[in-house]
Design a protein around this ligand. Structure first.
Ligand code: MD6
Ligand code: FE
Length: 207
């Protein structure tokens, strides 16, 4: 683990290939129960290039009409989200040491062209709780800015099995995914490879 900036904890290669495959199996079960959907941006209504789903009590959803929010049900099927796999709760406890469990795990699925614009995660009421991110599959170029949009940013790759925690003074730092990198160091495990080339999980406390 290295604290690459105050409150930014980077765990390179935290999950070995077997752990990545086991996690991919669990996420494939989530996707089977809660199909991937396309969210739209709140101001423009433009579709996001990343497809999403969630597990846990709450899930992050977005549309032009009602904006960014957490909901207890899938926006298309109307079903409650699947339970969060116990392994994710363990990783949360291990890596964040936060006394309360995550309520939402957003699953972002990227194809080669997908990206994620620079954003802050601030749709949660509990901004004291960290966010834990886990990546599987293709490397991406991750961008981490400051707490104001115009602040200088650094960019570094996130690879399969890496974990990243944004906490404390870094909780509201802007960040995004510039692009998926072309060299495939670790393909998505077969359980998920039909859906895209990279999967990122973000675990959050909401309330
Ligand atoms: C991604 N990650 O890696 C997008 N958010 O695909 C995030 O948006 C993110 O990595 C909060 C904390 C860590 C993250
Ligand atoms: Fe984010």
């Amino acid at each position: 683990m290295s604290e690459i900036a105050l409150g930014v904890f980077y765990y390179a290669g935290l999950l070995d290939p077997a752990a990545q495959a086991a996690l991919a199996d669990e996420i494939a079960r989530v996707v089977a129960a809660a199909p991937l959907y396309v969210s739209t941006m709140k101001k423009t209504g433009a579709p996001m290039s990343v497809r999403m789903t969630n597990c846990g009590a709450l899930g992050w959803v977005s549309d032009k009409e009602r904006g960014y929010r957490y909901e207890a049900r899938h926006p298309v099927t109307g079903e409650p989200w699947p339970a969060m796999p116990p392994r994710l709760l363990e990783l949360w406890n291990e890596l964040t040491r936060y006394p309360r469990p995550p309520e939402a795990c957003l699953v972002n699925v990227y194809d080669e062209q997908a990206r994620m614009g620079l954003h802050q995660d601030r749709d949660e009421e509990d901004l004291a709780a960290p966010i834990l991110s886990l990546s599987l599959g293709a490397d991406c170029r991750f961008r981490l800015g400051g707490t104001r949009r115009g602040d200088r940013a650094v960019a570094f790759p996130l690879s399969s099995g890496d974990a990243l925690v944004l906490s404390g003074p870094a909780r509201l730092r802007y960040h995004g995914v510039d692009r998926i990198l072309p060299t495939v160091n670790a393909p998505l495990p077969p359980a998920l490879s039909a859906f895209g080339v990279r999967v990122n999980l973000t675990l959050r406390r909401v309330a």
